[in-house]
Design a protein around this ligand. Structure first.
Ligand code: AVJ
Length: 352
C-alpha cells in the first residue's frame, strides 16, 4: 500500500478539506433565493444551541416524542423477537436511543451510523458503559451515500430508528429516497420507526421556532458566525434577523436570516450583495398529517403498521414495514469492485 505523504503544510490541507464545502456554500449564496443547507447549522456551537432548543417550553417536539417512545417502545420491543438489531441513521449523541436501549430485555445489537467521528466515538464509549451487554457496531458514514452494514446483521430482527422529526428537514423526493434506504436496511421482515411532527394549528408550531428566549434566533444566526470563523467571511451578524414563518401551502416552517439593510459580504473570492429585506433560507421543517405521511411512505415502498400519537395530537411516531415483495434487500452494487462480502466482513447496503 502506498503511504500518504506527511509533508504538506497543515494550512493547505485544511483549505483543501474545506474547498468542497466552501463551493457548496457559495453556490447556495449566489443562487436565487439565497440559501444554505441546514447541515451547516450544526457545528459544535449550533449543536449546543439545538440541545437548548429541545428544552424550551415552546419546543414541544422533543418532549412529546420522548414521552411517546417511553410509553410505547417496551411492548414494541417485546414483540420484535430475540436479539434485535437497531440501526440508527445520523445517530448524533444517541440520546433518544437510550429510551430504546433502556427498554431492552435481553441481548441486542446497536448500529449507529453517524458522519461525525467524534460524536460516534463518544456515543459508543458512553453507551458501552451504560449498557455493558449491548453489542455496539458503529459505522462512520454519510448515510446519504451508500455504506455497508455489519455482516450477518440481517439475520436478526431489524429495527431502523429515525427519531426527532429529522425527516421533516428533507424535501419530498429526498424524504422518499431516505425512506427507501431505511426500507432496504429493514429488509422484508424489519420495522422502520420514524418520528414525524404533525401538521396542526400554526399558533402551536410557530412559537416552537420563534421562542421568547431567542435561542432559535441564536441557533439560526450562528451559521453566519460559523461562515466568518471557518470560511473567512465577513458577515455583520447584527445586520441579520431570524425569521421562521409557517408556510401553509407547503406545510412547513421556513427558517430565514433576513438582511436588515443593503450590504455586501465577502466570502472566498465572491462579493455577495444583499438588498434590504433579502433573506438567506437556512432550513425547512415539513409537518405531515397521518394521511400525507402514509402517502410519502407508500412512495418508498413502506406501509404504516402503527402510529403512536400523544393525546394532544402534536407529534407522531410512525411504525412502518416494507410493502409486500418490494421489501427485499437491494443487491450489492455491480461492477466487481464491491462483493457482497468483502475483506472487512460487511455486506453491501446500496440503494438506488
Ligand atoms: C432537528 C430538524 C428536527 O425541524 O424542529 C429546531 C431543527 N430548527 N428549531 C426541527 C430545528 C429550529 C429541528 N430538527
Amino acid at each position: 500500500m502506498k503511504l500518504p505523504s506527511v509533508a504538506p503544510a497543515a494550512r493547505r490541507d485544511i483549505q483543501q478539506a474545506d474547498a468542497p464545502l466552501l463551493a457548496e456554500i457559495l453556490a447556495g449564496l449566489t443562487a436565487q433565493p439565497k440559501r444554505l443547507h441546514p447541515k451547516f447549522l450544526y457545528d459544535a456551537q449550533g449543536s449546543k444551541l439545538f440541545e437548548r432548543i429541545c428544552e424550551l417550553p415552546e419546543y414541544y417536539l422533543t418532549r412529546t416524542e420522548t414521552r411517546i417512545l417511553r410509553e410505547r417502545v417496551p411492548a414494541f420491543l417485546r414483540s420484535l423477537g430475540a436479539k434485535p438489531a437497531i440501526v440508527e441513521l445520523g445517530s448524533g449523541s444517541s440520546l433518544k436511543t437510550r429510551i430504546l436501549l433502556d427498554a431492552l430485555q435481553g441481548d441486542a445489537t446497536y448500529v449507529p451510523v453517524e458522519i461525525s467521528r467524534s460524536h460516534l466515538l463518544m456515543a459508543t464509549r458512553e453507551l458501552s458503559q451504560s449498557y455493558p451487554r449491548l453489542e455496539i457496531l458503529p459505522i462512520c458514514a454519510d448515510f446519504t451515500q451508500p455504506f455497508r452494514l455489519p455482516h450477518g446483521i440481517d439475520r436478526q430482527p431489524m429495527l431502523v430508528f429515525f427519531p426527532g422529526s429529522t425527516l421533516g428537514n428533507f424535501y419530498r423526493d429526498e424524504a422518499v429516497e431516505l425512506l427507501r434506504l431505511m426500507r432496504a436496511i429493514a429488509g422484508a421482515n424489519g420495522f422502520v420507526v420514524v418520528g414525524a411532527d404533525l401538521r396542526k394549528d400554526p399558533r402551536i408550531i410557530e412559537p416552537a421556532y420563534n421562542d421568547s428566549a431567542g435561542v432559535t434566533a441564536a441557533f439560526n444566526l450562528n451559521v453566519l458566525t460559523r461562515l466568518n470563523t471557518e470560511f473567512g467571511a465577513d458577515f455583520d451578524v447584527s445586520a441579520f434577523e431570524h425569521r421562521a414563518p409557517w408556510i401553509a401551502a407547503q406545510s412547513r416552517i421556513e427558517m430565514h436570516l433576513v438582511s436588515t439593510r443593503a450590504q455586501t459580504v465577502q466570502l472566498g473570492e465572491e462579493v455577495l450583495q444583499f438588498a434590504r429585506g433579502e433573506s438567506i433560507w437556512t432550513e425547512s421543517c415539513h409537518k405531515y398529517d397521518c394521511a400525507q405521511f402514509a402517502t410519502l411512505a407508500a412512495q418508498a415502498g413502506l406501509t404504516v403498521d402503527d402510529v403512536w400519537i400523544d393525546e394532544r395530537q402534536l407529534f407522531s411516531v410512525q411504525v412502518l414495514r416494507g410493502t409486500g415483495q418490494n421489501a427485499s434487500r437491494p443487491l450489492p452494487a455491480e461492477g466487481g469492485r464491491e462483493t457482497p462480502e468483502d475483506a472487512d466482513g460487511r455486506h453491501a447496503c446500496g440503494y438506488s
